[in-house]
Design a protein around this ligand. Sequence first.
Ligand SMILES: NC(=O)C1=CN([C@@H]2O[C@H](COP(=O)(O)OP(=O)(O)OC[C@H]3O[C@@H](n4cnc5c(N)ncnc54)[C@H](O)[C@@H]3O)[C@@H](O)[C@H]2O)C=CC1
Ligand SMILES: O=C(O)[C@@H]1CCC=N1
Length: 269
Amino acid sequence: MTQTVAVLGTGKIGEALLSGMIRAGWRPADLLVTARRPERAEELRTRYGVEPVTNAEAAKRADTLILTVKPQDMGKLLDELAPHVPAERLVISGAAGIPTAYFEDRLAPNTPVVRVMTNTPALVDEAMSVISAGTHATAEHLLHTEEIFGGVGKTLRVPESQQDAATALSGSGPAYFYYLVEAMTDAGILLGLPRAQAHDLIVQAAIGAAVMLRDSGEHPVKLREAVTSPAGTTINAIRELENHGVRAALIAALEAARDRSRELASGNG
Ligand SMILES: NC(=O)C1=CN([C@@H]2O[C@H](COP(=O)(O)OP(=O)(O)OC[C@H]3O[C@@H](n4cnc5c(N)ncnc54)[C@H](O)[C@@H]3O)[C@@H](O)[C@H]2O)C=CC1
Ligand SMILES: O=C(O)[C@@H]1CCC=N1
């Protein structure tokens, strides 16, 4: 049987997922989208050939609803949806912080809910999507969720108690790397390189390092040691990173992101 999937609140993450699903072979005819602004809805229709509908219509027609609004907008969306969502619908939340119980409390009894934290590299099929089942989600619901999110990258099942940590690591994770690239590009400018060249050098170093981290099977310490020659250049840089507490700053930063995810749990964040 053909499954219809609706993306509700198709912003940055919703569109990244939608585009990836189409690349992965989903037929636009089997996909519905909702958006707050009519111009946005038309943009999605033109760009992907999908049908924009109201939230209520999506709830009635789609077998699976993927909710990708901001945590702060989730309560309002659920108020709108609740009267229209039959209990057999699979509801997938892509929002940071909000637990599956929040949805279960507001939807029909026994509604299967799955929580997913993905990230923007979904746009290039390199997402990490971390998946947890709510009380009524079955193995089949998890497989279906993996089928959807597997089209845009890797998936990993975790207990829901680990979702806030996963959000800090991989949901927000790409932003940390963009921030580092931005800072190191500035360093290149300081060292006298043209900005475009500094950018290219750092981006390629990041790509090379990322592929080695993924494919070599080596521990990051080993990989760093291989770059760090005795009395060489790298150790001077590492000493400065240690002097400035960069490791401690990263640990504190991810802890702060985890804490913020916890704060968003009520949907009022
Ligand atoms: N941006 C990111 O890197 C990531 C975001 N997320 C989660 O994804 C969700 C969305 O984030 P973004 O895509 O960044 O935000 P966004 O603001 O780009 O997208 C949300 C969209 O929902 C629409 N919307 C709000 N209420 C609506 C309603 N009642 N009906 C229809 N549309 C409605 C908004 O107009 C907006 O286009 C958030 O819950 C966030 O926690 C998760 C992982 C990564
Ligand atoms: O910053 C945020 O709240 C969202 C969730 C994870 C990444 N972006």
